[in-house]
Design a protein around this ligand. Structure first.
Ligand SMILES: NC(=O)c1ccc[n+]([C@@H]2O[C@H](COP(=O)([O-])OP(=O)(O)OC[C@H]3O[C@@H](n4cnc5c(N)ncnc54)[C@H](OP(=O)(O)O)[C@@H]3O)[C@@H](O)[C@H]2O)c1
Length: 323
């Protein structure tokens, strides 16, 4: 089958001809992939720093959207023909940048009706991260004030939306071209991060004390983020850069994990329009290297996806990039 990935650890991303996945085991399903998500985290897999299961030569990709075409003997709740999405780690055979992938059936959920394959493919990692950071790490309560640093990004934008849905007052940082989108996502105030004194602006917006809780979604952005948090407050970072302890503020260093129950809840919100996501660019499997470069550079304007099934590009152009 056609796939995109690396022949050796830290190798260049290229098209690969890989053996078909094994037939699904008792708890597995085989998915015909329509689209697969691309994030800068795929580069951490490429370089061998994040072990997601297989070893090179391997297809990359940890987010999948596609159709179930074969099913294991003990799988309940899914049938052949179901349209699904997921973040199916650890991978059972190969990554998701491939024509077919076999996964743990317990880690995929049904794609909401009316949501495009591209949006479905880009949704699992950022949405699960947003949920886990707010509900588990920060335990954000209604009425609290939350800072989201890096709200112009895909994950930052979903954190804003989910926090607003939880009834928090959201203060966000974003660049000028993202202000309107971040406000629409639910931020009550948006501060331009290009102003080096932005943490002071955020504190002023809270009357001087600082926010109850904050999420850093900018590489290297934690040290600034903590400056805007009140004494004894809470902070989480999703970029692996927890700052030194300061003023009794608790700090969580958060890494996404697969959770089908959470993903199904998030899909319900996506399906009824309470969460939205717009894809920035969609490329064919053969352009996986460019797609990854784009994601690493910062998915300005929305996440990057690979259209795996031939013929998808024309359908996609017709139907547009929104959910
Ligand atoms: N730990 C985990 O499990 C986990 C999960 C998901 C993501 N992440 C990480 O979280 C980070 C953000 O992810 P993402 O999906 O939101 O990325 P993204 O979509 O690529 O974010 C790009 C956006 O970040 C904003 N940005 C860039 N530099 C900034 C700065 N100095 N201050 C504030 N905003 C800045 C820009 O927004 P403007 O348009 O506003 O300029 C840009 O459009 C990435 O490093 C990603 O790897 C980690």
């Amino acid at each position: 089958m056609r796939a995109a990935g690396v022949r050796e650890s830290a190798g260049q991303v290229e098209l690969l001809d890989l053996p078909d996945p094994h037939s699904p085991g008792p708890d597995e399903v085989l998915i015909e992939v329509e689209a697969a998500g691309v994030g800068n985290w795929d580069d951490i897999v490429r370089t061998g720093v994040w072990n997601v299961g297989p070893t090179p030569p391997m297809a990359l990709g940890v987010e999948v959207a596609g159709t179930v075409i074969a099913i294991g003997s003990q799988v309940t709740g899914l049938r052949q023909g179901d349209e699904v999405l997921g973040h199916p780690l650890p991978l059972r055979d190969q990554g998701c940048w491939a024509e077919r992938v076999v996964v743990d059936a317990g880690l995929v959920v049904r794609k909401p009706l009316g949501v495009s394959w591209e949006v479905a493919a880009a949704f699992p990692v950022p949405a699960l991260t947003a949920k886990q950071v707010l509900a588990e790490s920060l335990k954000l309560a209604e009425g609290e004030t939350l800072l989201v640093h890096g709200a112009g990004g895909t994950t930052g934008g979903l954190i804003v939306q989910l926090a607003a849905l939880r009834g928090a007052r959201v203060i966000a940082t974003a660049g000028p071209s993202s202000v309107a989108r971040v406000a629409k996502a639910g931020a009550a105030e948006v501060v331009d991060y290009h102003d080096s004194g932005w943490p002071d602006r955020v504190r002023e917006l809270t009357g001087g004390a600082g926010v109850d809780a904050a999420v850093n979604a900018v590489r290297g952005g934690s040290a600034d983020t903590i400056l805007a948090v009140q004494e004894g407050g809470r902070m989480a970072t999703i970029t692996g850069d927890p700052p030194a302890a300061d003023r009794g503020i608790s700090v969580a260093d958060v890494y996404v994990r697969p959770d089908a129950t959470q993903l199904a809840e998030l899909c319900a919100l996506l399906g009824d329009g309470r969460l939205t996501l717009s894809v920035g660019s969609a490329l064919p499997l053969a352009e996986a290297a460019t797609a990854l470069e784009r994601a690493i550079a910062g998915a300005n304007g929305g996440p990057v996806v690979l259209q795996v099934k031939p013929g998808r590009l024309s359908e996609f152009v017709k139907s547009g990039l929104e959910r």
